[in-house]
Design a protein around this ligand. Structure first.
Ligand code: SDX
Length: 372
């Protein structure tokens, strides 16, 4: 009986693997909802802590709930001496994503409740990672620059404290606000590669820390989270706006993927870009960098004309983080600090109605044969 070959969907493109109530990515309406709220409204009016609560719990927090989250997040910000010692043993030449992946692994190894999978235990772990990731990212950038650790300030909110630990001070409100906006926009995006990685790991009943470590590995790649860092390298390669078109011709001729452009789901533009671009515009004005904006605009226009491919969130985020003063290698760890909320929300959702994730494969190797 002739078997019809099954349809292979490489990269699982267009495959609906499960349902989720956490976010809705709608390429038709070019929109993104977090638990039903348009992400643009949340970015306009909410703190990152409020959005974290929303993604984890399904509703925005009451003032008491928000106070409780803030208290537990602020109580968990200190790097333990052991964690700082492990970070200090990692060469400063290591990629910050490798440092962060290692740090999360140690936080998990140090947690006596790591394997507890109740929702309460998972939420406690999620808040611990929310608090610890900024401490690791900030310290790692400072040690690479030969600077001392800046301890967390419990009087400061999440975004302000992250910037304080990184730069030793809280920058002007326009910078803090752009950072807050980026954290909200990066927090969640349905079954992207790193989130799906976390769900696959959770589906085997492995622990939350293992799921986050796996997700960090997936996010590092330049086709995914690593693109925001790669966008800045592209800007540095191009140098100035007048070189943009020629650079693009060469890059496309050598079949390079242009970092910060295109998306597996959005095909008429990433819904988050206008909000992040507006924040970038405010930073450009604040730091008086019209040259950077001209390069951004020229490359975007050239990419539209040559390939009709639009920017994704990483395109405005890269130059925005550059203007804020972060090292380029720190950009994707910033994505982790935000997306750890989405990942842990999906870990809890997967665990609550679990089925082992194990797709099929179509064999195309040698026919059966035997040793002589
Ligand atoms: C993120 O999934 C998510 O939601 C991810 C994310 C999230 O919030 O979690 O949104 C975050 O990862 C955003 C994407 C960041 N990555 C980049 O900026 C890297 C550059 N982008 C490309 O690699 C690409 O656009 C992908 C990987 C993002 C999407 O690729 P797809 O869906 O596999 O689309 P495709 O490669 O099939 O594109 C179709 C065509 C191809 O041309 P042909 O080979 O058919 O001639 O468009 C071309 C592609 O080569 N193309 C590009 C391009 N993106 C697509 N050509 C040059 N540069 C690009 N950026």
């Amino acid at each position: 009986m002739s078997e019809t070959a099954p349809e292979i969907r490489k990269g699982l493109a267009g495959v609906v693997a499960d349902t989720t109530a956490i976010s809705k990515v709608n390429p038709e309406t070019n929109s993104l909802l977090y638990r039903g709220y348009p992400v643009q409204e949340l970015a306009e009016r909410c703190s990152f802590e409020e959005v974290a609560w929303l993604l984890w719990h399904g509703e925005l927090p009451t003032s008491d709930q928000l106070a409780g989250l803030r208290e537990s997040e602020r109580a968990g910000r200190e790097l333990t001496p052991e964690l700082r010692e492990v970070i200090d043993r990692i060469p400063t030449t290591a990629h910050p994503m490798d440092v962060l992946r290692t740090a999360v692994s140690l936080v998990g190894a140090q947690d006596p409740h790591a394997d507890e999978a109740t929702e309460e235990a998972s939420l406690t772990k999620a808040v611990r990672l929310l608090a610890q990731v900024p401490a690791v990212v900030a310290y790692d950038q400072r040690r690479r620059r030969g600077q001392d650790l800046v301890p967390p300030d419990p009087e400061l909110g999440y975004a302000e404290n992250f910037l304080h630990m990184t730069f030793g001070q809280v920058p002007e409100p326009v910078v803090v606000d752009a950072f807050r906006v980026s954290l909200i926009l990066y927090a969640e995006h349905s079954f992207n590669a790193s989130t799906f990685t976390a769900r696959v790991i959770t589906s085997t009943m492995a622990d939350l820390y293992s799921a986050v470590v796996g997700a960090i590995g997936a996010l590092k790649g330049p086709l995914h989270g690593g693109a925001n860092e790669a966008v800045m390298h592209v800007f540095e390669e191009i140098g100035s706006a007048e070189n943009a078109e020629a650079w693009l011709e060469d890059a496309l001729a050598s079949k390079r993927k242009i970092m910060g452009f295109g998306h597996r789901v959005y095909k008429t533009g990433d819904s988050r870009v206008p909000t992040m671009k507006a924040a970038l515009d405010r930073l450009v004005e604040h730091y008086d960098r019209p040259d950077l904006l001209e390069l951004y605009t020229r490359l975007e226009a050239a990419m539209g004309e040559r390939k009709n491919i639009l920017p994704n969130l990483d395109y405005p985020s890269g130059p925005a983080y550059h203007l804020m003063g972060f090292d380029t290698a720190t950009f994707t760890p910033l994505f982790v600090a935000s997306r750890v909320v989405g990942w842990t929300a999906h870990v809890m959702e997967q665990a609550a109605d679990n089925a082992l994730i194990r797709p099929l494969s179509e064999y195309d190797g040698p026919d059966e044969r035997h040793l002589t």
